[in-house]
Design a protein around this ligand. Structure first.
Ligand code: DUC
Ligand code: ZN
Length: 451
C-alpha cells in the first residue's frame, strides 16, 4: 500500500510512453508497475503522466534599474505550478561589498520564505565579481552549479573578464550560462537611433541585429573552447545564432542552447503596435521577423536547440509605459512561466513538430540534466515525486483573467491551447488539482545542484 498512486495513466518520459501506475511513498517515486494500490489514488485514465516541468531561466522579484519584476517567489511559483512546472532556477547578484556566499544566503532567505515549488539559483558573475573568483569552489559546493555571464547590460563582462570567469568556472566544475549579445554595437546603434529621433519600440529590435547577436554567441563559444569548459547559450531566437551552435556541436564541442516561447510564437511586428502595446513585448534579445519562429521549431525538432525555458521577467503596463519616449528605457522581459509547458505541447507536440517524448525532454529532462538537478526531470524509482497529470484534450484560452501570473498583460492574450495540467505534484504533495491550489508560501525548497 503506497501513500499515493497515480493509476491508469500513460507515462511519458523523454524516451518512452507506456501505461503504468506510479506508487509514491512520502516525497519519492517508490514503484512503477501494474495494479498498484494506495491509501490515496488519482485516476489518470486518458491522461499523460509526465515529470514536473523545469524552467531553468526565470527572474522573480528581480530589480532592473528602478523597477522590480512583478512576480515574487510566491506568485511566480504558484503560476508555474498551475502550468505544470515544479522547479525553477532563478539568479543571484552579488553586491560589491558582499561575498558570493552572503549574496546566496540573502537571495535564499527571500525565496525560502515565499517559494511554493523547489528552486535553484544561478550565481551571476559581474565585473565586480572578477576579484572574487576564488570564491567559486565554495559557491559550487553550496549548490550553485551554474554561473550566469552577461555580455550586455551593466553586468556585462569584457572579453578579458569573460576569459577569467570561464577559467574559474571550469576549475570549480561548474557550467557557464550566457546572455550573448554585443553591447558595444548595441549601445552605438541605440544612441544613433535616438539621436535621429527614432525612439519608438520598433527601433528596439533594429538596435540589436541578429548577425551581431550571433557574433557574441560565436565569441563566447570560441572562448569556452579555448578555455576547455562547456557552455550553455541562453534565449536563442534567431537562425544566425542557431548556426553558430550547430557549427560548434558539429566540431564536437559541449555547447548547448535554449529558446523560449516568445521566440517560437511571436515576431517583431508586435513592436509596431500603437502606444504601450508596442512596448509590452520588449525583451532582450528581441523578437525577430516572422521568418524566424518556424526555424526555431525546426531547430528544436532537430535537437540543434536542446531545451526551452521562459526568461520569465514580467513588468506591468505602467512600468513598460515609462519607456515610451525612449525604447532603450523600457524594462525588458515578458511573462511565460505559467503557460510554457502547455504551449509547447499544443504548438509543438500536438502540432506535429516533435513527439510527446521530445516535449518532455526539452521541458523536463534536459533542463534537469543541464542544470544539475539529480533527482528531478524524470520518472523513475528514487526520483522526487514531482509529477504532472496532463489532460491532452483540455482546451484553454489564455488570458490575464485566468492566468495566475501577477502582471496585467500576457503576450498570449486570447491564444488557445489544447492540453493543460490537471494535477501538479511537488515531492508527492498535491499542489494543484483541477484548478485549485493547495500549496503555501515557503513550501518549496532550495535544491543543491551539482554535476
Ligand atoms: N532579458 C530580458 O528581456 N529580461 C530579463 C533579462 C534578459 O536577459
Ligand atoms: Zn534572463
Amino acid at each position: 500500500m503506497f501513500d499515493l498512486v497515480i493509476k491508469n495513466g500513460t507515462i511519458v518520459t523523454a524516451t518512452h510512453s507506456y501505461r503504468a501506475d506510479i506508487g509514491i511513498n512520502g516525497e519519492t517515486i517508490a514503484a512503477i508497475g501494474q495494479n498498484l494500490a494506495g491509501k490515496q489514488e488519482i485516476d489518470a485514465a486518458g491522461k499523460l503522466v509526465t515529470p514536473g516541468a523545469i524552467d531553468i531561466h526565470v527572474h522573480l522579484e528581480m530589480p532592473i534599474g528602478s523597477f522590480t519584476s512583478a512576480d515574487d517567489f510566491f506568485t511566480g511559483t504558484r503560476a508555474a505550478a498551475f502550468g505544470g512546472t515544479t522547479a525553477i532556477v532563478d539568479f543571484i547578484e552579488t553586491q560589491p561589498d558582499e561575498t558570493m556566499l552572503q549574496a546566496l544566503a540573502a537571495r535564499k532567505a527571500k525565496a525560502d520564505a515565499r517559494a511554493a515549488i523547489d528552486y535553484g539559483l544561478h550565481m551571476t558573475i559581474g565585473p565586480t565579481d572578477i576579484a572574487k573568483l576564488n570564491q567559486l569552489p565554495a559557491v559550487y559546493k553550496a549548490g550553485c552549479a551554474t554561473f550566469k555571464l552577461y555580455m550586455a547590460y551593466g553586468l556585462r563582462l569584457n572579453d578579458g573578464e569573460l576569459l577569467q570567469a570561464l577559467e574559474a568556472i571550469r576549475d570549480a566544475g561548474g557550467l557557464p550560462v550566457v546572455h550573448a549579445e554585443n553591447w558595444d554595437v548595441i549601445s552605438t546603434l541605440i544612441a544613433r537611433n535616438l539621436a535621429a529621433g527614432r525612439a519608438e519600440p520598433r527601433w528596439h529590435p533594429r538596435s540589436r541585429p541578429a548577425e551581431i547577436e550571433a557574433e557574441a554567441a560565436g565569441r563566447v563559444i570560441d572562448l569556452a573552447e579555448w578555455v576547455g569548459v562547456p557552455v550553455h547559450i541562453f534565449h536563442v531566437g534567431c537562425q544566425a545564432v542557431v548556426e553558430r551552435i550547430v557549427a560548434a556541436r558539429r566540431r564536437g564541442l559541449p555547447v548547448t542552447a535554449e529558446t523560449c516561447p516568445q521566440y517560437l510564437l511571436l515576431d517583431d511586428t508586435v513592436y509596431n503596435r500603437p502606444g504601450v502595446e508596442g512596448a509590452l513585448p520588449v525583451c532582450a534579445p528581441p523578437l525577430r521577423p516572422a521568418t524566424e519562429p518556424p526555424l526555431m521549431w525546426q531547430a528544436l525538432a532537430q535537437n540543434h536547440l536542446q531545451l526551452v525555458t521562459t526568461d520569465h521577467c514580467p513588468f506591468t503596463r505602467a512600468d513598460k509605459a515609462t519607456g515610451l519616449g525612449d525604447f532603450s528605457k523600457i524594462p525588458g522581459g515578458v511573462p511565460a512561466i505559467e503557460a510554457r509547458f502547455p504551449l509547447l505541447y499544443s504548438y509543438g507536440a500536438r502540432a506535429g513538430h516533435f513527439s510527446a517524448n521530445r516535449w518532455v525532454d526539452m521541458a523536463c529532462t534536459m533542463p534537469a540534466k543541464l542544470a544539475g538537478f539529480r533527482r528531478k526531470g524524470h520518472i523513475a524509482v528514487g526520483y522526487d515525486a514531482d509529477l504532472v497529470v496532463f489532460n491532452p484534450e483540455k482546451s484553454m484560452t489564455l488570458s490575464t483573467e485566468t492566468l495566475y501570473e501577477n502582471v496585467d498583460w500576457t503576450p498570449y492574450e486570447g491564444v488557445s491551447v489544447t492540453g493543460w495540467p490537471e494535477v501538479t505534484l511537488s515531492r508527492g504533495y498535491v499542489l494543484v488539482q483541477n484548478g485549485e491550489f493547495f500549496g503555501k508560501p515557503g513550501q518549496g525548497r532550495f535544491v543543491k545542484r551539482s554535476f
